[in-house]
Design a protein around this ligand. Structure first.
Ligand SMILES: Nc1ncnc2c1ncn2[C@@H]1O[C@H](COP(=O)(O)OP(=O)(O)OP(=O)(O)O)[C@@H](O)[C@H]1O
Length: 259
């Protein structure tokens, strides 16, 4: 079990062997992510964002360097880490509640308590009435809410999210951002959010790391000192647009975005 602490990324690189050649996908990257804060990572497609997140979660290994979560190298199966991917990965043969309860069962936790928390999270996320339904009866946005409830069930010290809302329509996506803030247990969980959306990165984070094209390195490190909780209307404020402009300029300069 990991306590809430920082994430230390130390000289991490990742190279893949592809058909006899070496593909340098990532790094070197060194950065420390503060405990209890949300860090968003943005960067061009293929720059190694998912690779970095998988390494943080112990689902992949760096070619050199290391990542410490609360002082420990994460391994597959380490408890205290919640993950949410672009695809919700719900199990179709379990109902919604049983999907959310899965981590508690795998960790042999008290299922009575876990059940109360699961129902509370589903309610907070607006899908409380669907607890006994099967995943295929839900829309994409509802399924992703269930996946978030599952990731948060055991109060993870670390929450790693890889484009969790990218398959959703713009309105649902905005709503998910607001809901995520509500259930994220601010101050207790160290979160990382990978996203292609610049406004989403700013809206949900305390800090944005902008990555270069492959091999991905950190181009800019931007503090987001906007008050919480954040209403959607914040996105019209000059402080907000100044931050999104700063990020967009990196992509315009490198030709990822053209004006
Ligand atoms: N298992 C693998 N084997 C070989 N190459 C890989 C593997 N995983 C990723 N890559 C390559 O490493 C690079 C980085 O991939 P990664 O998925 O981390 O990028 P990304 O920034 O998350 O991309 P996107 O924004 O498009 O999701 C890409 O060129 C990809 O093709």
């Amino acid at each position: 079990m990991l306590n809430t602490q920082d994430i230390r990324i130390e000289d991490v690189t990742r190279t893949y062997g592809v058909r006899g050649a070496e593909l340098h996908a990532l790094g070197p990257i060194s950065v420390t992510l503060e405990p209890g804060k949300t860090t968003a990572i943005v960067g061009p497609s293929g720059c190694g964002k998912s690779t970095l997140l998988r390494i943080m979660g112990g689902l992949d290994r760096p070619s050199s360097g290391r990542v410490l979560l609360g002082g420990q190298v994460a391994k597959e199966g380490t408890t205290g880490i919640g993950v949410v991917f672009q695809r919700d990965l719900l199990l179709d043969w379990r109902n919604v509640l049983d999907n959310v309860l899965l981590p508690a069962q795998l960790q042999h936790r008290d299922l009575g308590q876990a059940r109360s928390r699961a129902l509370m999270l589903l309610r907070e996320l607006g899908v409380g009435d669907f607890a006994m339904r099967q995943p295929w009866e839900l829309s994409g946005g509802m399924r992703q809410r269930v996946a978030i409830a599952r990731a948060l069930l055991c109060d993870p010290a670390f929450l790693l999210m890889d484009e969790p809302f990218s398959a959703l329509d713009a309105l649902t996506r905005d709503q998910m951002g607001v809901l995520l803030q509500r259930v994220q247990n601010a101050g207790q969980t160290t979160s990382v959010l990978i996203t292609h959306s610049i406004p989403e990165a700013v809206f949900l984070s305390d800090r944005v790391l902008v990555m270069s094209g492959r091999p991905g390195m950190i181009l800019d490190d931007i503090p987001v000192d906007l008050p919480r909780p954040r209403p959607l209307s914040l996105r019209d404020e000059p402080e907000f647009t100044a931050l999104t402009r700063r990020i967009r300029m990196h992509f315009e300069r490198t030709g990822v975005l053209t004006a």
